[in-house]
Design a protein around this ligand. Structure first.
Ligand code: PGA
Length: 252
């Protein structure tokens, strides 16, 4: 069917493949609900982008159905565009409030976000780095870029990287352009948690849906840990669960 060889080491990774994005998202939402029910004051590491939207929809529904409460959950988020504060609709902070925080039962004092609108971005990165390192996430939710990025750790990001200011790749700028609500152009810089910060989480769940992610998923699970595909560095972690739909899994 395709030119990519099946990969032996894929068998070593924990991978769940479901037929549709809806089912994959439901699976991830259920994992989060189970965790929060067992550990109501857990720290969740959250992501933005198109992929987690359906997960958040289901978490909101679960809250309304009283299956779970997020009132004691503490959150951290992966990244933020530099130059955008929470009041800007294209900021990831605004996304998180719109999609999840203000529509589920989170306590705003437990929410930790990067402020992209600060005057001193290095100081903001330092503040956030300390906050992230103060407590490992019990679960870190990740999407993946078509170039294999996790958070805004673009190809070439060191495995030992921590929270820092980064420049976005052309591929990421192009991929995120259609998601903009108000801006004409994707901000070229961001603050992101580093690869090492992500690897500090106790459990990592990567959700990837759609054929556009198939190549990145294939590279990530090839068995080679190589920062030309940052998600492949997750291979160093003992508790990563890859949740894919058929499209994202089609080259495995
Ligand atoms: P997407 O982004 O969910 O919008 O595809 C994923 C990512 O860039 O991590």
């Amino acid at each position: 069917m395709n030119n990519h060889p099946r990969i032996a080491s894929v068998r070593a990774a924990k991978i769940t493949i479901l037929p549709t994005a809806e089912e994959a998202s439901q699976f991830v939402a259920e994992r989060i609900v189970t965790l929060v029910r067992a550990n109501p004051a857990c720290r969740l590491g959250l992501a933005t982008g198109k992929t987690p939207r359906r997960v958040y929809e289901r978490l909101v529904a679960a809250t309304h159905e009283r299956k779970v409460s997020f009132s004691e959950v503490e959150t951290i988020n992966l990244d933020e565009y530099l130059g955008l504060g929470r009041s800007h609709p294209d900021s990831f902070a605004a996304y998180m409030h719109r999609e999840l925080f203000s529509v589920a039962d989170f306590d705003t004092s437990n929410i930790n976000l990067i402020d992209g609108a600060v005057a001193d971005e290095t100081a903001e990165a330092t503040r956030y780095a300390a906050l992230v390192r103060s407590r490992p996430a019990d679960l870190q939710l990740l999407g993946i870029g078509t170039n294999g990025h996790i958070g805004f750790n673009e190809p070439g990001s060191p495995a030992e990287s921590r929270v820092r200011v980064v420049e976005l790749s052309q591929e990421t700028l192009a991929a995120n352009q259609p998601t903009l609500l108000e801006l004409d152009r994707v901000p070229p810089h961001a603050i992101t948690m580093g690869i090492a910060d992500i690897l500090d989480a106790r459990e990592i769940v990567v959700l990837a849906t759609g054929a556009a992610k198939a190549e990145a998923i294939h590279k990530s699970l090839s068995g080679q840990q190589d920062n030309s595909c940052p998600a492949s560095l997750l291979g160093a972690h003992g508790n990563v669960h890859w949740v894919l739909d058929n499209g994202a899994a089609q080259l495995l």
